[in-house]
Design a protein around this ligand. Structure first.
Ligand code: NI
Length: 377
């Protein structure tokens, strides 16, 4: 590899690989065919695959001949339960399933890097692990990777995400927090049910729950520093099942997004206080269940600088990475070691998680070259 012709060969081959993955999307934890295909392609080229006991997903390793750090590239591999309406000739062949978050692009870049780095092992400084991670859409798939021991010796980790708000050839990077910590809460207000005509015979949980919804909104506006991004949404309210009965319980469910560890703790504490004391004020009790998902993703300053330099050297356009109150479980992987999550322009169009989302295949080879550069050649 190395000549222009070889590059064109790899480019053509990766485009075909991308189209195959795009048309064969599989949902979280069900990525069996996907895993099999990745394995086939890598094994055919003699890329080493680490035995790590994953049911879906796999980890490839490329050992360079020069001294250098152990680095990892994380590529998530799952799709979404969306009916595709992209109009592409290679659209999903499975009804109701679609690669609408660009993870097919991430897989292809991972494969491309593995093949390129393997071919150029002589020039490669250090060792590279390519992590094909299952179930990112559950926000917890990265924990499967942590259950193996493949991350213990990794010194730096890189993550990529397709970005349909930028043209091909654009790299979005930013220091600090780029995706939010994602948490879920469920509040159960426990009243006393009774006849709708005699509320005095019971304890109506509905007004108490309504008061909580209002009061929760003051957490972001009154408790959090105005310069810190944070949001709280109550997304489900449930109580009763008919018109003339005061229900026994009311339930609120929602999500909290923060970008600072102290804020994350504070919001949880305030939700508990408001729920419990409001319920008390209405003569009843409330129980709060807090379900923590992934933490915020924080880009390492030094790695961002390396990204910027490499992009400029390759004549790519560097733009400030758009911060998102969405989460990415990549953050679990970079909680212990320096990490950097890069947005890759894949052509402007419908946003991710939409049925018309599409990646411009021209982005594949550019990204492979860029990431292979960051990984040590
Ligand atoms: Ni995604």
């Amino acid at each position: 590899m190395g000549s222009l012709e070889d590059f064109q060969d790899l480019d053509g081959r990766l485009k075909e690989i991308f189209k195959w993955f795009h048309s064969h999307p599989e949902l979280s934890y069900k990525e069996y065919e996907t895993t099999k295909k990745i394995r086939e392609i890598l094994e055919e080229e003699g890329v080493e695959i680490l035995p790590c006991g994953l049911e879906t997903g796999l980890i490839a390793v490329i050992r360079g001949e020069k001294e250098g750090p152990i680095q990892a590239l994380r590529c998530d591999i799952d799709a979404l339960p969306i009916q595709e309406k992209s109009g592409l000739s290679y659209a999903s062949v499975y009804p109701g399933k679609m690669h609408a978050c660009g993870h097919d692009f991430h897989i292809t870049v991972g494969i491309g890097c593995a093949l390129l780095l393997k071919e150029r092992r002589k020039e490669l400084s250090g060792t590279v692990k390519i992590i094909f991670q299952p179930a990112e859409e559950t926000a917890l798939g990265a924990l499967k990777i942590l259950e193996t021991d493949v991350m213990t010796d990794v010194q730096r980790i890189w993550g990529i995400h397709a970005d349909p708000t930028n043209e091909v050839g654009t790299i979005g990077i930013r220091e600090g927090a780029v995706t939010a910590a994602v948490d879920r809460f469920v509040v159960t207000v426990k009243g006393v049910g009774c006849h709708g005509a005699h509320p005095d015979d019971g304890k109506d949980p509905v007004p108490a729950a309504a008061a909580m919804v209002q009061a929760f909104q003051t957490i972001v506006t009154r408790d959090i520093n105005a310069f810190h991004p944070a949001l709280l949404s109550v997304t489900r309210i449930q109580a009763g099942n008919t018109w003339n009965v005061i229900p026994e319980t009311a339930q609120l469910e929602g999500t909290v997004r923060t970008m600072d560890k102290k804020d994350r703790q504070l919001v949880q504490q305030r939700i508990r206080e408001i729920a419990e004391y409001t319920a008390l004020g209405y003569g009843m009790n409330a129980e709060v269940e807090w379900i923590a998902a992934s933490p915020e993703t924080i880009n390492d300053e030094e790695m961002v600088e390396i990204c910027r330099e490499k992009a400029l050297k390759m004549n790519l356009q560097v733009v400030p990475e758009e911060r998102s109150m969405g989460g990415d479980d990549f953050s679990f992987l970079e909680e212990q070691i320096p990490g950097c999550y890069i947005k890759i322009g894949t052509g402007k169009g419908q946003l991710i998680h939409q049925p018309g989302f599409a990646v411009d295949v021209k982005a594949v080879m550019i990204t492979v070259e860029y990431m292979a550069g960051l990984l040590g050649i």
